[in-house]
Design a protein. Structure first.
Length: 90
């Protein structure tokens, strides 16, 4: 399928600006506010990725952050890992 620029723009405009950024350091608020500018280059990247089956290296990286669950805060078993990935790669 062809990745439509308008579809990418719509998805960017719907991003939750309060989510965390990934290892690329691009905050979702930036993507949301620049949706009109970024939709074309991102649609090209998405289309190329779809056709080649390759995902950009930066989109495969993640920052793993421990999130406290319950119990003793000093016990490592009381944390769960959360992977923060690049927003465009989602």
């Amino acid at each position: 399928p062809v990745i439509q620029e308008e579809a990418v723009r719509d998805l960017l405009a719907q991003l939750d600006a309060h989510k965390s950024m990934g290892p690329d350091g691009i905050h979702p608020r930036v993507l949301k506010e620049l949706a009109d500018v970024l939709s074309k280059p991102l649609s090209i990247i998405f289309q190329r990725s779809w056709l080649t089956g390759e995902v950009p290296l930066d989109w495969r990286l993640a920052d793993v952050v421990p999130i406290y669950k319950k119990g003793c805060r000093e016990a490592p078993g009381n944390y769960r890992p959360v992977s923060l990935t690049s927003v465009p790669g989602k």
